[in-house]
Design a protein around this ligand. Structure first.
Ligand SMILES: *[C@@H]1O[C@H](CO)[C@@H](O)[C@H](O)[C@H]1NC(C)=O
Ligand SMILES: *[C@@H]1O[C@H](CO)[C@@H](O)[C@H](O)[C@H]1NC(C)=O
Ligand SMILES: *[C@@H]1O[C@H](CO)[C@@H](O)[C@H](O)[C@H]1NC(C)=O
Ligand SMILES: *[C@@H]1O[C@H](CO)[C@@H](O)[C@H](O)[C@H]1NC(C)=O
Ligand SMILES: *[C@@H]1O[C@H](CO)[C@@H](O)[C@H](O)[C@H]1NC(C)=O
Ligand SMILES: [Cu+2]
Length: 765
């Protein structure tokens, strides 16, 4: 009866003709309260109002004489970062747990000047009245010089330098690359250059520019068209007009300057190359082509909330079944979760991305000298990407805009659809059992689909796109997943397929994609039932035993057993995983109530994305990437050990601004302390035409780590979910089905959300 009423009202609503199969759109009953600009939560990043307040203070009241955006010169004081200064944790907890005073919101501001980088605390927000130089802890290199300055700040000056050098070799450019050059009026024959790779030489700022041909976006992407020309830009001087090419590599030959190259080019002592250009040769287009894979163009499945959404969002605070957490987005590091609770019990204080490392190899200077570099230099949060509804997130997902400060525009920018939240169904059932009665029937069937909540954000760091998902399962598990897509970096090659010393594979004529490793570092500030946590491992081992089977007969065999090991100091808890020594990595609060059966209620960390960083410890630059050595490192939490790296670690890798090992080497006690687990996941990436042309595909390459409850609950908390199904054979042979009564109803169709992709982000909202 009820079913009929719904169907009828639905037909009326949609004005459909009788007989046409129609389903109702889902009630859009998600309870979403937008955040109040005037009352940001304690965890939330800066609001638009606060960014404006800081900018106004910096420009007009601070006496710092800052310049903003495009027009700024190297000699100016340029604003690089404006983000929320992390509030000391005890002040936060005092406020949210004990109703204490609401802490003052302050911002962290990074200024770039020609004498170096300086960092300030600017507050109080939203109308600052003071700025103070940030005091660094002893493990952080102080006095950041001009040579520590992240190069993205100077992208315009670099472009000018390359244009200037390009002008000196215009004849070569035109003859070699059939008329392409770096001029402003290059029309449809323009050259550009790749994300510059740092060459680390202490006291110098040097980057290799890999010259590329610009192809029209409708037929491809620039990343796939490297040319046999690379320029080492020397940007060590504080006068950008004196920046120049410290080396030039052309068609396999090295020159000390552009002039040197041209003198030799003109008198005929250079081996020349002429690279023709034919648009039909373009291979990097992401447009669909080829014979369709289905008989007709019918669409694939989608996942939408068939009874309306089951989560609510108040500002940035999400509630989903037993879960509750807050999410935000930081300019330097990207997505962050705070105050993750299950059934009102805190499990994690902070879960956030820290760094993305890439280690390249190659046959040209650009590839082979790149070594290891860090995406954080360009600020992970500035490498944002709006999400495309129906593709990046399923239909019916909820989207959240965010505003951040952009050093390029010198203003706040609003990024539409920066985050999405949706509930989805994992491919595997969460649990099931078919209880066979071995008499042709069954005793019962029980099962539950694995419906979970996902918070997603995608970082588009130049050529690569990293999808980051935080997943909240009904059984108390938290998952963090990362995958990499986008264009692989390439270099020019005229080698035939190399046989020895493989450095990569050709993905097109004259295009070599160098192999590399991706590593992602996350911070997990564990607060299992409070801040005071301890850490132990349960190693799974095997030992020989002798069983007395019956008298006189002994069996010599092996048995498995667990070996518990309390880790009481940081050095004991810096792990380099060994596949042959499996372990559970447990965290618990010694003082908390035990489980019904007397166990410590714990969570354990399961890293399913382990990838070893193979550079040896004696590598002179290891300090700049120290976190990459450990798949898991547990340290005592300190407010001033906030991140595992800095945006300055790319230059001067020999004496990095922050060496993560300094968090461990003081070997603090980690028993009954506030603990942070630093987790590294990654993959070795060997790009090849099958999986990476035109772009890298993700199937089978998703990296993940999980926090899983261990004796934490007295039974699996998903047992109370309405998603459970239980079936028994009835008396007359008909199945008796116990399940969510709504399963009998008509499903509704996906909500009519606007399927627009507004790829633009707004400088002026
Ligand atoms: C700073 O002061 C100048 C002159 O008083 C004014 O024109 C400008 O709008 C102010 N800037 C901001 C960001 O308020
Ligand atoms: C780069 O430029 C600086 C300053 O102009 C100079 O001292 C240095 O020697 C140059 N480095 C190289 C490798 O050419
Ligand atoms: C060409 O010019 C360069 C630079 O002046 C010089 O070193 C080289 O010997 C010259 N080669 C020939 C073949 O003249
Ligand atoms: C470009 O390549 C296509 C296909 O290989 C060929 O048919 C065409 O003639 C080429 N155009 C030029 C200008 O070389
Ligand atoms: C750490 O502290 C605990 C508790 O005070 C103590 O039992 C343990 O021995 C200490 N560990 C180390 C390595 O000092
Ligand atoms: Cu890759």
């Amino acid at each position: 009866m009820i079913k009929l009423v719904i169907l009828v009202s639905c037909l009326l609503l949609l004005g459909s003709r009788e007989g046409e199969a129609v389903t109702c759109p889902c009630p859009d009953d998600v309870d979403i309260k937008p955040s109040d600009e005037n009352k940001p939560s304690i965890f939330q990043e800066l609001t638009k109002l606060e960014i404006d307040g800081v900018l106004k203070y910096l420009q007009n009241d601070s006496g710092l004489d800052v310049k903003l955006g495009y027009g700024a010169k190297i000699s100016d004081t340029i604003v690089y970062v404006i983000e929320k200064k992390p509030t000391p944790k005890d002040e936060v907890l005092n406020h949210i747990d004990r109703d204490g005073r609401r802490p003052v919101r302050e911002s962290r501001v990074v200024l770039a000047t020609s004498s170096g980088m300086t960092e300030y605390t600017v507050g109080p927000l939203p109308k600052p009245t003071y700025h103070r130089k940030i005091k660094y802890p002893k493990w952080r290199k102080t006095g950041l010089k001009f040579t520590d300055r992240p190069y993205p700040i100077d992208s315009f000056a670099i472009a000018k330098t390359i244009q200037r050098e390009g002008r000196k070799m215009k004849q070569l450019l035109h003859e070699s690359f059939n008329g392409f050059d770096f001029e402003d009026d290059c029309g449809n024959k323009c050259l550009t250059y790749n994300d510059l790779r740092s060459k680390v030489l202490q006291g110098n700022r040097l980057v290799w520019a890999n010259v590329l041909r610009v192809v029209p976006p409708l037929i491809g992407s620039i990343y796939g068209y490297p040319l046999p020309l690379q320029i080492l830009v020397n940007m060590t001087s504080t006068d950008p007009d004196s920046w120049n090419a410290a080396k030039v590599w052309y068609n396999g030959q090295h020159f000390d300057s552009t002039d040197d190259l041209m003198a030799n080019y003109i008198n005929g002592s250079v081996s020349k190359i002429a690279m023709s250009y034919n648009e039909s040769d373009v291979y990097s287009s992401m447009r669909r082509r080829g014979t369709g894979k289905t008989r007709r163009a019918n669409r694939g499945p989608d996942c939408f909330p068939q009874d309306g959404r089951r989560y609510s969002v108040d500002g940035h605070r999400v509630k989903y079944m037993d879960w509750e957490f807050e999410f935000t987005y930081r300019q330097t590091t990207g997505p962050q979760l705070f105050d993750v609770q299950f059934k009102k019990e805190r499990i994690v204080y902070e879960l956030s991305l820290q760094e993305i490392l890439l280690s390249y190899t190659g046959t040209t200077p650009y590839g082979s000298q790149a070594g290891v570099f860090f995406d954080s230099e360009a600020l992970l949060g500035n490498s944002f990407s709006p999400l495309s509804p129906g593709v990046d997130c399923p239909k019916g997902a909820t989207y959240f805009d965010s505003s951040i400060f952009s050093f390029i525009f010198g203003e706040k920018v609003v990024i539409p659809n920066l985050f999405c939240i949706f509930e989805y169904r994992d491919d595997q059932v969460l649990k099931r059992h078919y209880d066979n009665n071995y008499g042709g029937g069954y005793e019962f069937y029980g099962g539950m689909p694995n419906n979970a909540l996902v918070l997603r954000n995608i970082i588009s760091s130049y050529n690569y796109d990293y999808t980051i998902s935080f997943i909240f399962y009904q059984n108390g598990v938290i998952g963090t997943k990362v995958s990499a897509s986008g264009y692989v970096l390439c270099e020019f090659t005229h080698h035939d397929v190399p046989i020895e010393d493989l450095l990569g594979f050709k993905i097109h004529e004259n295009v070599l994609s160098m192999f590399h490793q991706h590593l992602f570092n996350f911070k997990v500030d564990m607060d299992i039932l409070g801040e005071s946590n301890s850490h132990e491992t349960l190693a799974i081992k095997v030992r020989p035993v002798t069983h007395d089977v019956v008298s006189g007969i002994q069996e010599e065999t092996y048995e498995q057993f667990l070996k518990r090991k309390q880790k009481s100091s940081e050095r004991q808890a810096a792990y380099r995983f060994q596949y042959s020594k499996p372990k559970y990595y447990l965290f618990y609060n010694n003082e908390a109530r035990r489980s019904k059966l007397g166990y410590k209620r714990a969570y354990y960390l399961d890293n399913q994305g382990v990838s070893k960083f193979l550079f040896p410890d004696k590598w002179s630059k290891m300090g700049s990437a120290a976190w990459a050595k450990y798949q898991l490192a547990v340290t005592r939490r300190h407010d001033d050990e906030d991140t595992s790296t800095t945006p300055y670690n790319t230059f001067d890798q020999i004496d990095p601004v922050l060496n993560f090992d300094s968090y461990i080497s003081d070997d603090e006690n980690i028993t009954d302390k506030d603990l942070v687990a630093w987790v590294t996941v990654g993959m070795q990436h060997l790009p090849n035409s099958a999986t990476d042309v035109p772009v890298t595909t993700t199937s089978g390459s998703t990296l993940s780590f999980y926090l899983k409850p261990f004796n934490f609950f007295d039974e699996d908390p998903s047992t109370s979910s309405y998603d459970n199904v239980f079936i028994t054979p009835g008396e007359n042979g008909e199945a008796v089905v116990e399940e969510n009564e709504n399963n009998a109803k008509e499903s509704c169709s996906h909500p009519n959300d606007d399927p627009n992709f507004d790829g633009e982000y707004w400088v002026k909202p």
